[in-house]
Design a protein around this ligand. Sequence first.
Ligand code: ADP
Length: 407
Amino acid sequence: MEQSARILVIDDELGMREGCRRALTPLGHHVEVAADGEEGLQKALAAPYDLVLLDVRMPKIGGMEVLEKILAHDPDAVCIIITGYASIDLAIEAIKRGAYNFLSKPFDTDTLILAVNQGLEKRRLSMESRRLREVEAQAAELARAKAELERLDRMKSEFMLTVAHELRAPVTAIQGYLQIIADGYVSADKQRPMLLRAAERSSELLTLIDELLQLARIKGSAEVKMQEVDLAEVLEQTASLLRVEAERRGVNVELQIAARPRLRANHDHMRQLWTNLLSNAIKYTPAGGSVRASLEVREGTIVGSVQDTGIGIAPDEVPRIFDEFYRTEAAKAMAARGTGLGLAIVKRIVETYGGTIRVESQVGAGSTFTFALPQAQPATETEGTRGSGGTGGTEGASDTAVAPPAP
Ligand code: ADP
């Protein structure tokens, strides 16, 4: 072995310790000695040694115990047992328990150097194979991360294509209307309805752009504009804004507020959450039907749900409705307007706050969307906001803080 190694000699015989030191130091090795098992173990556990020469018969802690502890600490440790002729059985036992080799006393310098060199070669190979295993594990991890990045990149490209396609459609229509008017193909009395149609498509385009912006902003803006939000108040405000539309459609809207939990959140997110769920329920429920939104706290979890007696969603379509731009055929037939982004926004918001959302639905009978959010701790840093308007018995019952949005 050309390279210098760290070697520890644990032996209660001074002659043996010093003999080993004298034989190995000139070869460039750094040799340390210990006079008993306790001292030896202390040294071996404090700093790694390339090789340990270990007497099996020692007072206090015996060599066998020292061996086991060294190997438990460093499974690649190379230990060579030093044994008298009378304790050869012990040496064999030590090899069974993981010692690399043994030397029977008395032995000469050449025998010692040969055994040490073989031991150090074994150590080098073990370390090399350990390093290779680590490199392999890192390579596997890198390959996995690369595959994941590629998958995300593909998803992003597909998303960009869909966005471009969705944006293009209304612009093409508007351009068409304007072009034929500009070319003088439309008589004066037919221009107005055409311009109104163009204005309608442009407002659809704006809605689409606004929702795309909402979707893109959710994560980043959560951190910036966190405040204490009264979820029941947001629900009441949203419902009152949507009531006019619901009445126009002959749909009854009812609220069941069992608790008024406060949550540290971005107020816009909570408004978008209720708005999207409630407006969908109203939009996809035929006249005469009803929508019921409820809010409660169950064991530290805020549970909100919006139930309707509307058109429902077929079981095979349920898994897709949270995808961007996905709209069921039944929904398209019922409401021509729709971006297919509302539920994607809802899902992203809920997940940003560490929550979940699920849907139960039956075609022709109705749907129930239920979200669960970990309840915010009543914020101590926001003075004077606690207790305003709280009627729910469970408010403040939990000390589970809402998960801060992941960056
Ligand atoms: P949009 O309402 O603009 O189409 P959403 O992302 O809000 O987009 O919803 C996606 C689809 O999920 C809808 O097109 C519809 O097919 C279905 N959906 C959502 N809410 C309901 C509901 N309450 N009842 C029936 N179908 C629904």
